[in-house]
Design a protein around this ligand. Structure first.
Ligand SMILES: Nc1ncnc2c1ncn2[C@@H]1O[C@H](COP(=O)(O)OP(=O)(O)OP(=O)(O)O)[C@@H](O)[C@H]1O
Ligand SMILES: [Mg+2]
Length: 305
């Protein structure tokens, strides 16, 4: 996964439950261990309390401000609200005015209900984090890993600009949107990481997501195939097992063999259809922080080969 280290923002995306949060936490741990200052951010709705990322990292809770909880490793919740506030502060002449505007429930309702404004807030906040510098001039967060919610949220981020620019083609919002779009499309700074399971339908959906990502001109950095079952067979052994199973009534372990076969087919299909590096992660019998920890060390081995 080391080719990902050069990016400023990694957008981890994929269908529900495929392992986005686990992969985000593991990527962040693995980068931090390699000496990068990493921020891992879980995209959340305003007012979200529970955080799967906090659990995967083994911390009690995340806040809307980045918090370092290990050397090189910070985490946060990425919500629209802080982005909106930041934006208002940047465009309105006084901080006082911006804060007053954010206190207005009518404005808050508008910002969270109008289509694309929540994404706009998230994008604005992300840009702010990308730009943040330390006193010595170095970037505060060298790499930002964004754990996106299920569905094509990477696409929703990229689709803001077109729809918003139609309505508001000039002024500070339009400028911010253009800058956000330029960042999302910049291959040297941004990369999407698509996570999938090694099964037929999830792989079809992942390939569809990959196409959407291309259409929106977001650079695809990597595909991660998560929970690949361990395959103990050589090709000869596999043939022998299949011959044996063919002549028998349903046999214990047959489903596992089928699952291993489907995973091989799914991996081959992905390898044919995508041009970016594919990372394979195995099923791990752990949960929570120990799972992310184990996946992080698996990634390092993958990266080394
Ligand atoms: N490699 C793995 N081995 C074993 N279990 C895993 C692995 N990856 C993920 N899991 C488990 O699968 C479940 C879903 O993982 P995770 O929360 O990372 O997915 P997600 O894509 O973030 O889900 P959501 O769409 O709900 O945000 C979790 O219970 C997690 O512990
Ligand atoms: Mg998740």
């Amino acid at each position: 996964m080391n080719h990902l280290l050069a990016k400023r923002a990694l957008l981890v995306t994929g269908k529900g439950g495929v392992g986005k949060t686990t992969v985000s936490a593991a990527l962040a741990r693995s980068f931090a261990r390699q000496g990068k200052r990493v921020l891992v951010a879980e995209m959340a709705k305003d007012g979200d309390e529970s955080s799967a990322l906090a659990e995967a990292l083994g911390v009690d809770r995340l806040t809307e401000m980045p918090r370092a909880f290990e050397p090189n490793l910070s985490a946060m919740l990425l919500t629209p609200q802080v982005g909106h506030q930041q934006f208002l502060r940047d465009v309105l002449p006084m901080k006082l005015l911006a804060d007053a505007a954010m206190r207005s429930s009518a404005i808050r309702r508008f910002l969270s209900a109008a289509p694309t404004f929540p994404e706009m807030g998230v994008l604005y906040r992300l840009l702010d984090l990308v730009r943040a510098k330390r006193r010595d001039g170095a970037f505060e967060h060298e790499v930002i890993v964004v754990d996106l919610p299920a569905t094509g949220h990477a696409l929703a981020l990229a689709q803001i600009p077109a729809s918003l620019l139609r309505v508001i083609p000039t002024g500070p919002i339009a400028d911010a949107v253009r800058e956000g779009l330029a960042f999302l499309r910049d291959e040297s700074r941004t990369g999407a990481v698509v996570v999938t399971l090694p099964e037929t339908l999830p792989v079809s959906e992942a390939l569809e997501l990959v196409r959407g990502i291309h259409e929106n001109e977001i650079p695809l950095a990597s595909v991660v195939v998560n929970r690949v079952p361990f395959d103990p067979f050589t090709p000869e052994e596999r043939d022998a097992v299949h011959r044996m199973l063919d002549d028998r009534p349903p046999t214990l372990g047959e489903r596992t063999v089928e699952r291993i076969d489907r995973a091989r087919v799914a991996l081959a299909r992905l390898a044919r259809e995508v041009t970016v590096p594919i990372t394979v992660l195995h099923d791990v019998w752990l949960e929570g922080p120990r799972l992310a920890e184990e996946v992080a060390s698996l990634m390092q081995v993958e990266g080394a080969t």
